[in-house]
Design a protein around this ligand. Structure first.
Ligand SMILES: NC(=O)c1ccc[n+]([C@@H]2O[C@H](COP(=O)([O-])OP(=O)(O)OC[C@H]3O[C@@H](n4cnc5c(N)ncnc54)[C@H](OP(=O)(O)O)[C@@H]3O)[C@@H](O)[C@H]2O)c1
Length: 285
């Protein structure tokens, strides 16, 4: 069976592709002219060059494949044309990575685009499965936990916006890859959308404690008042001053982001690792 993977060169995609190959799938990677192919350079894959904003290239890349695994973000408004390309190329099965960020109470910039993308997939007539991961971590490419680890290695004090008591449930990148494979292998997932998350939720304070424990380091948390910090960050954005954290991220930190994954467990045996296990792998590798 041949699979076309979009987002193959990315943080998650580069973990999905080897797993698909190991499980006997042939893989064609849809990459941009500018994509860095080095994470996949040792693998036996076909390449198709194009951009998701160019439906013709995607349709051509999808020809003579059986499945589309769409890992590239649905937040850029390409969903409708991706679905048209799949239809034109005669591809009937699609696995789509979405995000639990669609459940945010905030009016974030990409929420409506992502919600519209899911609705389009669900109405497309394709044999689809949507997987919605929480925050994905697991390597220096993750842009979230790696930054925290790096900061904590250098500093004895960690600023925490607000109480740090809100829940989150980060998912290890290889558990996302495993979910893609299992969803593909289990036809019960056709026509269904699943939240996927780490084993159990933990507070941001517990995230810091777990990272500190794994680094064998003592850390002091400096709790900063929530709203003044958000207002300050909003002000810096208005005057176009770039800081490592955006107001939207600070606001998201103070939302509970714990998600049940019972449906994924029941339908395809999804069994993610704990944050303690995952962060140990990330720090030790
Ligand atoms: N990271 C998280 O914490 C997180 C959490 C929940 C859900 N998700 C979802 O999980 C998926 C993977 O995330 P990630 O963090 O692994 O992504 P990533 O590292 O940013 O990789 C994105 C991939 O998509 C490709 N891509 C982007 N725009 C494209 C375009 N216009 N045409 C063709 N290819 C394009 C990139 O190609 P280049 O190599 O050319 O840049 C890259 O291979 C995304 O759908 C994301 O929304 C991520």
């Amino acid at each position: 069976m041949k699979v076309l993977v979009t987002g193959a060169t990315g943080f998650t995609g580069s973990r999905v592709v080897p797993l698909l190959l190991d499980s006997g799938y042939q893989v064609r990677c849809f990459v941009r002219e500018t994509s860095d192919r080095s994470p996949l350079s040792s693998l036996k894959v076909e390449w198709a060059v194009g951009d998701l904003s160019n439906p013709k290239a995607l349709t051509a890349a999808l020809r003579d494949t059986d499945v589309l695994v769409n890992i590239a973000s649905l937040g850029f408004g390409h969903a409708a044309s991706i679905l048209r390309s799949a239809k034109e190329a005669g591809v009937k099965r699609g696995i789509f990575i979405s995000t639990t960020a669609i459940f945010t109470q905030l009016n974030t910039s990409s929420k409506s685009i992502r919600l519209a993308a899911e609705e389009a997939i669900q109405a497309s007539g394709l044999d689809y499965t949507i997987l919605r991961p929480t925050m994905i971590y697991g390597s220096p490419r993750d842009r979230n936990m790696w930054r925290l680890i790096r900061f904590m290695k250098q500093s004895p004090i960690i600023p925490v916006v607000g109480s740090g008591n809100h829940l989150q449930q980060p998912i290890f990148v290889d558990d996302v890859a495993q979910a893609v494979l299992l969803a593909l292998q289990n036809n019960v997932t056709i026509g269904r959308s699943y939240n996927i998350a780490g084993k159990t939720p933990l507070t941001y304070n517990q995230v810091i404690d777990t990272v500190a424990f794994t680094l064998r380091k003592r850390m002091w948390k400096l709790h900063l008042p929530y709203m003044p910090i958000v207002r300050f960050l909003q002000f810096t954005e208005r005057i176009r001053l770039r800081l490592p954290i955006k107001a939207e991220q600070a606001l998201r930190l103070n939302e509970n982001k714990a998600f049940l994954y019972e449906e994924a467990k029941k339908d395809f045996g999804f069994s993610p690792r704990s944050f303690e296990e995952g962060i140990k792998i990330e720090i030790e590798n």
